[in-house]
Write a protein that binds this ligand. Structure first.
Ligand code: NDP
Length: 333
């Protein structure tokens, strides 16, 4: 592949439908941002799956190169902080939604969105972690900043076999927490147990609307599902319990009452990875190197796919057929 011609997955809107195809682009087709990056890896996140299949309103400008995160090497930059050869990682900032993203062999981005790769992490490992793993780290940070410790009691992780949930279980386990998992599929129990969950919370009650207060079960929780699941999590929290909520895999609604907050002092903390200030990103990436064992991370990476295979993997993700993370090798044939 000549450096001037390269491949990207491009989404175009045709008759209100999303059409995804591999296109050969030239450098002058890339956005006029200050830093050119040779991309090594991207990943498949829930948002990417919605964008690529057209099943969710994620893309805000057309045509779009999706991929909300990537890792690679700086080729050129007008920002002196990013010399050619610097390895970088990018998550969030509406890349892959509003600005062109990681499903491309080269991308030009705003250098303010980049983070230098932390020492001890390869570009492959950085994307095995990706936005999902990074968000899991932010959730654990949120709980610990609210004074949760392994001595506080059991921590519940919902959507535990998903990308965020898997990494959250692994990090919590490494930090000495007792982790209970909620996963909709009993076949995924072995996988989630391997990551470090010691109990499962599954049961028909998760399909039902909870009472304002249920029996107290959890010192803390990381919720990736939202909707009825988050409502039940809140109702089941211990007195003083803390919930970090980052996802809406089960729905964006939340019907609850003030009871958990005013009678049990429960704290509900929102976690966002997209617009997070850079200093907090640097801190979270540094922490992840220590708090996520690499051998566990390898077990979380379910598959490595090429740009050609992204669409099928996206359908599988939305169909709930995946466990763990999908790495996208943008240079694979
Ligand atoms: P995945 O698709 O990998 O995992 C989501 C998991 O949620 C599934 O594996 C499944 O868990 C569970 N789930 C899916 N649908 C339902 C449902 N209808 N009811 C109950 N459980 C369900 O996605 P990610 O882990 O990548 O992302 C999870 C959520 O977090 C998404 O909503 C995503 O948009 C959000 N997110 C937010 C970020 C932020 O910055 N706030 C950043 C990254 C992600 P199981 O298989 O265990 O049943």
């Amino acid at each position: 592949m000549s450096q001037n011609r390269f491949q990207a997955l491009v989404l175009r809107e045709e008759d209100k439908k999303t059409n995804a195809s591999i296109e050969e682009l030239t450098m002058d087709a890339l956005p006029a941002e200050d830093t050119l990056v040779k991309v090594d890896y991207s990943t498949l996140n829930y948002k990417d799956a919605l964008a690529v299949t057209g099943k969710g309103k994620i893309v805000r400008t057309w045509p779009m190169v999706p991929g909300i995160d990537f890792s690679g090497t700086v080729v050129e930059s007008s920002n002196p902080k990013y010399q050619p050869g610097t390895q970088v990682v990018l998550t969030g900032w509406s890349v892959g939604e509003k600005y062109w993203g990681g499903y491309s062999q080269y991308q030009r981005v705003n250098s303010d969105w980049l983070v230098p790769l932390p020492e001890g992490l390869s570009t492959r490992e950085a994307m095995m972690i990706g936005t999902a793993g990074f968000t899991a780290m932010l959730c654990v940070n949120a709980l610990e900043n609210a004074n949760i410790t392994p001595q506080s009691g059991p921590v519940l992780v919902t959507g535990a076999a998903g990308g965020v949930g898997s990494v959250a279980v692994a990090i919590l386990k490494k930090r000495g927490y007792s982790v209970t998992a909620l996963t909709g599929d009993i076949e995924k129990h072995a996988y989630v147990s391997q990551l470090g969950a010691t109990a499962f919370a599954d049961g028909p009650q998760w399909q039902e609307v909870p009472r304002a207060l249920e029996g107290q079960r959890w010192a803390a929780a990381i919720d990736t599902v939202g909707s009825k699941v988050l409502a039940r999590v809140l109702a089941e929290m211990d007195y003083g319990g803390v919930v970090a909520a980052c996802g809406l895999a089960g729905g964006a609604d939340l019907t609850t009452s003030v009871m958990p907050f005013i009678l049990r002092s429960v704290k509900l903390i929102g976690v966002d990875s997209v617009m997070l200030p850079t200093k907090d990103r640097l801190h979270a990436w540094q922490r992840i190197v220590h708090d996520l064992p690499m051998e566990v991370l390898r077990g979380i990476t379910a598959a490595t796919v090429s740009l050609n295979d992204v669409k099928n993997a996206a359908e599988d993700m939305l169909g709930g057929k995946l466990k763990g993370r999908v790495l996208v090798d943008v240079n694979a044939a």
